[in-house]
Design a protein around this ligand. Structure first.
Ligand SMILES: [Zn+2]
Ligand SMILES: [Zn+2]
Length: 467
């Protein structure tokens, strides 16, 4: 399922790789006046979900997620107030769950958007299909976080001006495959990024799972951040001790709804956050939370100060913040939850979404591989499943095993996609997926692999197809 979800897009990418560098709207200056030298992050009070707006010192704006459907009204009101008539420079959808995309369309329609970035894996939901349809015809540039194929060991970074950088830490497909077989693969492949400005840094982790945290910790990355947007609304599994200890957040922000059905935030997560000494803000209690960095320290204020708590909290900067501390290499991952069958199911599509021979695009730090979504009828595939609710704690929803969408171009033989390999649980041989020997394996015994290396682990190539 984590396959090349936009088969036409990658072909178009080859033609459209002349990139628009991320650039603020200039000229027709609307009344929006960002405070000089300040990087501001608004964590909106959108109920049970995530939505935040980054405004850089020179006025570039990045909306990160759009909250649940009922958050749409908040964005419709707040975005025009904060943007003063200009469109969003970039919209980042961390992952296509409803509590992150439900209000996004309303928000984007209210102010417009120039660029859209999401993790790029396939996800069969009506809301996501609708969102992509609108994005496809209304947003100029649609992107996946592909590392530069010429420099795969570097992090992708987006400059927001005046030294503000948004470094994408995850996902890094195709060279670093999407995580599979986790509690929630859509959550685990949330876009994780670190926003740096002077000595201050913000870490956004979407709904990253423990698998994501563990996987990322293997990498040469300095996670130290002044402010952490806490993973998965303070769910009990995310925000593990080792991850928090590497981030050393001074402030943690949990975005969740009052009296939500999921028990977010959990006491367990809040206890772990308290142990690293972070000052906690919660949108359910604090309302809109605003963090302002002057490059040296971050001042965080609550829109609804609690009795007995200070309205504002000032956090000193961190040392650095350096992001990459060495080459960023693929790590190793042991699926934490699913069975082998689940992995096979996810593995059928391969995991890359770039074509072999895709041009490298513009060189330099701010490069992107441009992707344009296919027409919506290509994207939609079969009739989508009914919209699932956001996932409750420890009870993965149906949507975690979405149906495989038919592909319209065959990329299975491309080296980046890795093709597919199969083996029987009862044999130590592996085959190419299209081999006759593979067809003879009983479906209940069949294991599918996206990568040859994975198939070859503890197995030898079958003689009939010599994979
Ligand atoms: Zn989620
Ligand atoms: Zn969520």
């Amino acid at each position: 399922m984590f396959g090349p979800s936009r088969p036409f897009a990658v072909v178009l990418a080859a033609l459209l790789a002349a990139l628009l560098p991320l650039r603020a709207a200039t000229a027709s200056a609307a009344p929006r006046v960002p405070a000089r030298g300040q990087l501001t992050v608004h964590f909106f009070d959108v109920g049970q979900g995530d939505a935040a707006l980054i405004t850089s010192p020179n006025g570039k704006t990045v909306l990160v997620d759009g909250g649940p459907p009922e958050g749409g009204a908040v964005l419709e009101r707040r975005l025009p107030e904060l943007l003063g008539g200009r469109p969003l420079d970039l919209v980042v959808l961390s992952h296509p769950h409803l509590d992150h995309l439900g209000g996004l369309l309303k928000g984007m329609k209210a102010v417009g958007a120039k660029r859209f970035l999401d993790p790029g894996f396939d996800h069969p939901s009506k809301s996501y299909a609708e969102l992509l349809k609108w994005v496809g015809s209304n947003v100029g540039q649609v992107m996946n976080p592909l590392p530069n194929p010429e420099k795969p060991e570097e992090l992708v970074a987006i400059g927001l001006g005046e030294g503000v950088q948004l470094h994408i830490l995850w996902p890094r497909a195709p060279q670093d495959p999407f995580l599979k077989g986790t509690r929630s693969d859509p959550n685990s492949n949330s876009i994780v990024f670190k926003l740096t400005y002077g000595k201050t840094a913000f870490l956004f982790v979407g709904d990253a799972e423990p698998d994501t945290e563990e996987y990322l910790l293997q990498k040469n990355i300095d996670f130290t951040s002044t402010v952490l947007k806490v993973g998965h609304h303070g769910g009990r599994h995310s925000s593990t001790d080792p991850f928090l200890q590497r981030i050393k957040p001074k402030v943690a922000v949990i975005s969740c709804g009052v009296g939500n059905d999921y028990g977010h935030p959990t006491q367990a997560a809040m206890d772990r956050i308290a142990r690293v000494g972070a000052h906690l803000f919660r949108t359910d209690l604090d309302g809109e939370v605003v963090a302002v960095s002057d490059g040296t320290s971050v001042t965080v204020t609550s829109g609804r100060p609690q009795a007995g708590f200070p309205r504002g909290f000032k956090a000193a900067g961190v040392s650095g913040p350096q992001v990459a501390t060495g080459p960023i290499l693929p790590g190793s991952h042991k699926p934490s939850k699913s069975t082998v069958e689940d992995r096979g199911r996810y593995g059928q599509d391969g995991h890359g979404h770039a074509e072999p021979g895709e041009p490298a695009g513009k060189k330099g730090k701010d490069r992107w591989t441009r992707e344009v979504p296919a027409p919506v009828d290509e994207m939609a595939g079969p009739e989508p499943d009914p919209e699932p609710a956001p996932e409750p704690e420890a009870q993965p929803q149906q949507e975690e095993k979405p149906r495989r969408r038919e592909r319209t171009t065959d990329t299975s033989t491309g080296p980046l996609n890795g093709g597919t390999y199969v083996a029987s649980k009862s044999s130590k041989k592996f085959h190419k997926a299209d081999c006759k020997g593979a067809a003879d394996i009983k479906p209940s015994n069949k294991i599918t692999f996206a990568a040859r290396a994975e198939a070859a682990e503890g197995r030898t190539p079958a003689k009939d197809c010599n994979p």
